[in-house]
Design a protein around this ligand. Sequence first.
Ligand SMILES: Nc1nc2c(ncn2[C@@H]2O[C@H](COP(=O)(O)OP(=O)(O)OP(=O)(O)O)[C@@H](O)[C@H]2O)c(=O)[nH]1
Ligand SMILES: [Mg+2]
Length: 354
Amino acid sequence: MYPDLPIRPIPTNLITGFLGVGKTTAIRDLAARRPPHERWAILVNEYGEVGLDQAMLEGSGDPGLAVSEIAGGCFCCSMEMPLDWTLDALIRAAKPHRLVIEPTGLGHPARVLDHLRSPRFREILDVRTTICLADPRDFENPRISKSPVFQDQLHLADIVVINKTDVVPPEVIAQFRQHIEQDLFPAKLLVATTQQGRLNHEWLDWRANEVRTPLFPEAHPAVEQVASSEPNLISLVPSIAPASQQLIPGQPIRFPESNTPSDRCGWIFSPDDVFQRDPLLDMLGGGFSVSRSKGVFRVEDDWILFNRVGWEMSVESTSYRRDSRLEVILDHASRRWDEFQYELMRCLIMKSPG
Ligand SMILES: Nc1nc2c(ncn2[C@@H]2O[C@H](COP(=O)(O)OP(=O)(O)OP(=O)(O)O)[C@@H](O)[C@H]2O)c(=O)[nH]1
Ligand SMILES: [Mg+2]
């Protein structure tokens, strides 16, 4: 079924964790330090329709990485079919030495782990450690810490890595570590601390404990609809969804299009649209409360990757060039997005006609 695989079954890891904890940062760093002869396949799942993590990972321009993305919902919900199609296409195209999967920050790992260990994939994938990255400040926030998804991400992990120790007070780290070490059973193989998602390569190959069971097996029932109909397998690797071919300068595509209130919204702009960097960053970092936002933008003399988690922001250059795109997820509530889009459009540099 899969001829020419260099390793079979393929060593496979899930890197889990709540929204914005540093999963993609960790995978990008791990991939950059992989053994030089290895090809890696990375599958990212994005909650919003406008995926950004593929752009973030492809921004390194590394030819030994094949990245695919499933956007528009969690594949722990009703997305097993897209997961199968995408994995098939990715494995065939990349013939990877390792597969790394990043579920959405709002995804429940149980169904994904079960599916990857099911007869469908048993001879293809060797599911090794599941590593959950965590920001201990999420543990202090009852809205997050009480959520079944947050709890089971921790519960099902073989290794918990406390990230962002540069910005989290030591006492908050200590309390969180105590919770992981004393309240969760079976014990973790390791509870580590790190910054910038720096993980040890050896952790990937430790033996996973398959008897970890979720506390909330019914969390995240199959309620979400698959974002698109059957995907075109050719276009899944390595192109980025949604397609950017029909983009017209000054006329971004918005997801969702309607102005009915919602907690998330995304935009894709033509690669010919150029933003004014400072007004754009002022606007995106401005006084509206977001849970998570991320984007890539063509600005005056560069392309930048923007990240915001709560009130923390980061900006870096990227070699991604396909389009400008933005995804915003609010804490709760919902807003109409017309006004936000108007503010965004005001940051564009208008070209004089002709
Ligand atoms: N201060 C600080 N920021 C970090 C650290 N690790 C990652 N970040 C930042 O956290 C933000 C989110 O990082 P990502 O790697 O995109 O997080 P993620 O978990 O993949 O996010 P989602 O996929 O949206 O859930 C980025 O701005 C990172 O630069 C860290 O150790 N310290
Ligand atoms: Mg990510």
